[in-house]
Write a protein that binds this ligand. Sequence first.
Ligand SMILES: Cc1cc2nc3c(=O)[nH]c(=O)nc-3n(C[C@H](O)[C@H](O)[C@H](O)COP(=O)(O)OP(=O)(O)OC[C@H]3O[C@@H](n4cnc5c(N)ncnc54)[C@H](O)[C@@H]3O)c2cc1C
Length: 391
Amino acid sequence: MHLELDADSKQRLERAREIGRTEVRPIGLEADRLGRPIPVDDSYFARCLERGEGRTRWRPAGTPKRSGRRRRSTVTTLLIAEELSYWDRGVGVANPGPGLPEGNVIAQGTEEQKEKYLSAFIKPDRPRWASFAMTEPGAGSDAAAIRTTARKDGDSWILNGAKCFIGNASRADWILVQATTDPERGRAAQRAFFVEQGTAGLGPFKIEPKMGLKAYESTSFPLQDCRIPAENLLGGEKKRERPEGFKGAMRTFNAQRPVIAANAVGIGRSALDETLRFAREHGLIKQARVRDRIEHMTRKLRMARLICLRAGWLADQERPNVVEASMCKYVAAAVAQEATALGMEVLGAVAGRGDHIVEKLYRDVKAMDIVEGTGQIQRMIIARKLVELPR
Ligand SMILES: Cc1cc2nc3c(=O)[nH]c(=O)nc-3n(C[C@H](O)[C@H](O)[C@H](O)COP(=O)(O)OP(=O)(O)OC[C@H]3O[C@@H](n4cnc5c(N)ncnc54)[C@H](O)[C@@H]3O)c2cc1C
């Protein structure tokens, strides 16, 4: 396994570190203190755009390749994801861009759909978001159980149902909504639909309270007789005949798992550094119990990081990495939760005051076990793959 970064990747990582320290950390702490997402019109988002963030990697067919610019490797992407989460994972998710649904749209969408929904993200004129809505009040881990329906009516689809905990939904230009065309047929009948902001029947949006990651919004919303044009079916009519609705959504989660693992390692590393700082400032470093915790956190975080980078390296080699992606997601989330908890132990009574960054990291990290499939679900995926059971 070769993990040495080239000069360009090192530079990108260094830049992410600097932005994290100077911009991401302060705005994340402020959002946590106020207990609300960063407002849409915050100047932070405009600065993101000025730095060239918030863009899609998609380009229309025939666009000439920019000379001298190599595609970013998955390993580099993971290290940058780790670095941004080191400073604040909630701010990382709040950042504008086509986000979670981008990969699915690039893989499954028609050329017209990519043009319509992604071209505004090539060089955005204002902060823009997109959102992916799978989870429902009655369907989380068991994504095949979703009950949001899509019924064909002439040249339209009519969507009815409810979604919850959807990132950035109320500020998104469009939401890729997963729905079933026949609730009796389970995953085989699932499709994804573009629902544009402002469509009648979409909303109202409710921003859910969260224990951590307060910088970005997690939103619940209903779809009530929400009528959208027939062409908003992801992949178009052709995909209706050869559907990949459920598989496409699962691919989105698969690709995201090492990123979440990297996020978890970043949060854990941050907890480690802040715990060390606290121990030094309070003269605790001579205590064996403190050193024991520091060693434990460091050892496990380094192990988690290696599994995570291996999943990324396999992706870069275009080799299968389903087991490694689920393994690193499970291991990194568990290790990072443990690291923040050990940090809280070192802090002692200060941990209970609610104003130390390690306490914030302790709240932030829990979601790393939940999103893109919980730890238990990752272990189920690994076990099925190891004994070669079909999904
Ligand atoms: C911060 C945050 C952001 C999110 N963002 C999005 C988003 O942008 N888009 C989106 O669609 N969703 C999003 N979600 C939803 C997330 O994907 C779900 O919360 C997750 O899939 C778990 O579903 P659930 O909460 O319904 O828990 P449940 O599925 O009800 O699970 C509850 C518990 O039971 C366990 N469990 C469930 N089934 C089994 C089983 N078969 N065997 C053993 N144990 C099991 C789980 O591991 C878990 O511990 C987000 C959630 C959070 C917390």
